[in-house]
Every structure is written in structure tokens, then in C-alpha cells.
Design a protein around this ligand. Structure first.
Ligand code: SF4
Length: 445
């Protein structure tokens, strides 16, 4: 999300804006937790916080020997920003739009909402490779339904790492399913944590079917699928597609990443799904510093696992999102984009040569080049939220857009309109130097 007009109206530094965005995502927190919550280094917070307090944008209260900080009410923040930009100024409409989006982010906190994965409108982008186009045609859009946070792994990059462990009650899940159907969705993905550990999983599957969901995707670490009868029970209960986390073909690395010796079980789970004819399989691998030189091996292994077997597959590589556990382990795990360009390109070249449906996400074309844009999921998918108010079902993607941004230099890039940018937390950690704008071609850009 571009907040450049807000930044200049409030006259805050890049770090000041980054911290303000962090504050938008939580209510009131003790000083000691701010760096981890805002995904910033301590030195950045130390420099930016006093300036935000002096400017009256953030308030502190001393409690229990520590100062707790929170953002001023969003109306107050908006009033201050607008007071710096006259109503007839050229920048004012853009500032108003930014403030409107931030206000919606803040308001969404008080509402029940669901996350949806949908198809992104394509602007000047090549069509996806056939397997991905078919997968999207069959399964998108779908409700991304979180079942809770409990898990039998404790992955070093987990995005729910520090969250309290909980299982969502079936009634709460039921309300999400109902809202998804009112929004017209026919697909649902059960995610976690680890959804196969939810004690009400089969009841939830029955309710998915009762609501009329035609496509039910189970997104799992795969460890419980090593038992073939578990796969059969899930398919009998209505699961139509299975997605399995599979980061590396190396058992030792997998153990280090997942903090559990489960590599053989996960591979057995993949094999068990592959022997069930007609069940689409997706794998999701998180690309980290620990795995970037193993990507070609992973492609070869995926090729060996699926060789001569029919069916619909997609294999995705997600650049690590520097949040939660991944932020805590950032030095060991989060590569600079310049480290990843060559290994990821080599893996994609190999997949293309092997005709394997490998895709990727989270790496912009200025880093990777343009040879594999037909495998860039950021170009084809979108994540948004749905809630209901008096006007009915409403769509909103502002809260999720907050996670990504583009540095000012991106304005010169020919991908500026289509590129969703990079994770803010990546920029806090590695800075913008790897993002070199791609020159525009003539006037068409
Ligand atoms: S818009 Fe920015 S992040 Fe995206 S490809 Fe261009 S330079 Fe890279």
C-alpha cells in the first residue's frame, strides 16, 4: 500500500512511517515488544518512536514499570494529516484515499471477516502456465478458513509462531462458512496451524458439504497422511484437493526447518495422495536461506514423485515472509533478494524443461527477470477480506495490502502498476537496494 502522501503530510521518516504502520496492526503494547511486533530492528524503533511521540501521533502510558504505546485514534491521525495539506492541493485526493484505506483497516478490527483467495485481474501479464490456469479455474475463489493455531510441527518460519495456541470452536467456523456462502463462494481451504489436529475436523467437513461447498481443500503439513487410511477418511468426508507443505528434498534440512523428524512421513503422505487417482495435489515450499541452494533438487524430487502419474498438480515456492518465527530467525532464514535470484531462476528453468508446474510468489521481476512471469502467482492471485455491514457483503483488501509496499524508486519501473511490491518487513531488514527498477519500454510502460 502506497502511503507516500501520508508520510509527507505527517513529515515522518521512512522508519517513522514503518512504525506507524506497525501500530496500525496492534492496539497498545509495551515498549519491549514494539520491535518484534512492528518487524523492525531495535535501533530503528529507538530512533523513530520519540519523534512520533513528540509529533503527537503515538501516545505512551506508564504501567507496571514499563511504558505502553498506542497510536492516537485514526480520526485524530487523519485530522493532523489533512491539516497539513489544503483541501484544494493537488495531493489532497491521494491523501484522502490513503486515509480512507487506513480507516477501513482500523474499522475491520471490530468486525467479523473472512479471508478469500481469488483471481487477480490481469493487466499486461502473460497467462499462467496451463496447469496453474486449470487449478485456478477449478478452485478459485475460495474461503481461506483458519481452524486454529495448534500444530505438531514448530517451523522456524511459522507465521503463527508466537500466537497463543487455540482451536477455533466449530460454531465460529460455521459462521465463517455461512458468510462465505452468502458471498457466493463455492470453495473452501481448511488451514491452520495444522487442520488435521482439529478435534472437530470431520464435523467441519460435514458442515462444509451441508453449506454447499463443492470444493474442499485441505492444507496440511502432511505428517498424518502417512497413514493411508487417514487419506481415505478425509476423501470420504468430502476433501477434494490436498495441499502439503514441502520445502526441501533433504531430510536433514527438513528436520531443521520443521523442528520435527517428519520428512519420511510427509513424503509418504505425498505418495498416498498421489495414488488416489484424480485428487489434485499442491505443494507449498517456503524459500529460505537454508533451502535456496536446494531448489533444483526439490524440483527433481517433485518430478520423480509425480513421474508417470496422471492428475493435476501445482508446486509453489513462496519467498519467506519475515513475520513471527521467521522474523525471530531472520538472519539465518531471510535471504537478500540478490542471493535468491540465480537459484530460483535455475529451479524455474529446470521445472520448465521438465514440464513441471512449478510457480513462485513474493519475488518481483526486477529481481528475477521476466522469463517466468507465467509462473509468478503474484500476477494471478489476490487475497482479500469479506465482511458484512448494513449495506451487505463488502470486499476489502486494505489490511492485507499493508503488508506490502514499494519504495519510491519503483515509480520508474515498467512493472510499477502490476507489481504488488515486497514485504515491508523485508525492506526493514534488507533495505531496497536489490530492487532496481526495470526501464520502461517506450510509452506503453
Ligand atoms: S515495481 Fe519495484 S519491486 Fe516491483 S519490479 Fe519494479 S522495482 Fe521491483
Amino acid at each position: 500500500m502506497d502511503l507516500s502522501n501520508l508520510q509527507s503530510a505527517l513529515q515522518v521518516s521512512d522508519d517513522g512511517l514503518a512504525l506507524l504502520v506497525g501500530f496500525l496492526c496492534f492496539r497498545e503494547e509495551p515498549r519491549s515488544r514494539l520491535p518484534a511486533l512492528a518487524r523492525m530492528e531495535e535501533a530503528q524503533v529507538s530512533a523513530a518512536l520519540p519523534l512520533l511521540v513528540d509529533a503527537g501521533l503515538v501516545e505512551g502510558t506508564v504501567r507496571d514499570d514499563e511504558t505502553w504505546y498506542r497510536l492516537v485514534p485514526i480520526d485524530e491521525l487523519a485530522r493532523r494529516a489533512r491539516s497539513a495539506v489544503p483541501a484544494d492541493a493537488r495531493e489532497r485526493p491521494a491523501l484522502d484515499l490513503e486515509l480512507e484505506r487506513l480507516t477501513e483497516v482500523r474499522e475491520l478490527e471490530h468486525r467479523r471477516f473472512i479471508n478469500v483467495i481469488g483471481i487477480r485481474e490481469r493487466l499486461h501479464a502473460p497467462a499462467p502456465i496451463p496447469a496453474v490456469a486449470e487449478y485456478m479455474r477449478r478452485f478459485y475463489p475460495y474461503l481461506d478458513l483458519r481452524m486454529g493455531t495448534i500444530c505438531n510441527f514448530n517451523c522456524v518460519y511459522c507465521l503463527v509462531g508466537s500466537e497463543k495456541k487455540f482451536v477455533r470452536p466449530v460454531q465460529e467456523i460455521e459462521a465463517d462458512l455461512a458468510l462465505g456462502r452468502r458471498a457466493g463462494l463455492l470453495g473452501v481451504a481448511l488451514t491452520g496451524g495444522e487442520p488435521t489436529l482439529h478435534p472437530g475436523l470431520f464435523e467441519v467437513l460435514a458442515r462444509c458439504r451441508a453449506h454447499g461447498y463443492e470444493r474442499i481443500i485441505l492444507v496440511t503439513n502432511g505428517s498424518l497422511l502417512a497413514e493411508a487410511r487417514n487419506v481415505d477418511r478425509l476423501l470420504d468426508a468430502g476433501v477434494t484437493t490436498i495441499g502439503i507443505s514441502y520445502d526441501t528434498a533433504d531430510a536433514k534440512t527438513a528436520h531443521q526447518l520443521w523442528r520435527r523428524e517428519a520428512f519420511d512421513a510427509v513424503e509418504a503422505g505425498i505418495e498416498n495422495v498421489l495414488t488416489r487417482t484424480g485428487i489434485p495435489l499442491g505443494t507449498i515450499g517456503v524459500v529460505t536461506r537454508a533451502t535456496l541452494h536446494q531448489l533444483e533438487d526439490l524440483v527433481r524430487r517433485l518430478g520423480a514423485l509425480t513421474r508417470d502419474r496422471g492428475g493435476l498438480y501445482t508446486f509453489n515456492l513462496d519467498f519467506i515472509m519475515p513475520e513471527e518465527n521467521a522474523w525471530a530467525n531472520r538472519e539465518a532464514l531471510v535471504p537478500d533478494y540478490r542471493e535468491i535470484a540465480q537459484p530460483l531462476r535455475a529451479a524455474l528453468d529446470l521445472a520448465a524443461a521438465m514440464e513441471l508446474p512449478l510457480t513462485y510468489r513474493g519475488v518481483p521481476p526486477c529481481v528475477l527477470g521476466e522469463d517466468h512471469l507465467d509462473r509468478d502467482m503474484d500476477r494471478f492471485m489476490t487475497i482479500f477480506q469479506i465482511h458484512e455491514d448494513d449495506a451487505g457483503v463488502r470486499y476489502n483488501r486494505n489490511a492485507l495490502d499493508l503488508y506490502r509496499t514499494k519504495p519510491a524508486s519503483c515509480r520508474a519501473c515498467r512493472h510499477f502498476r502490476t507489481c504488488p511490491g515486497v514485504y515491508r518487513s523485508y525492506l526493514h531488514l534488507r533495505g531496497p537496494d536489490a530492487l532496481v527498477p526495470v526501464p520502461r519500454r517506450g510509452r506503453s510502460g
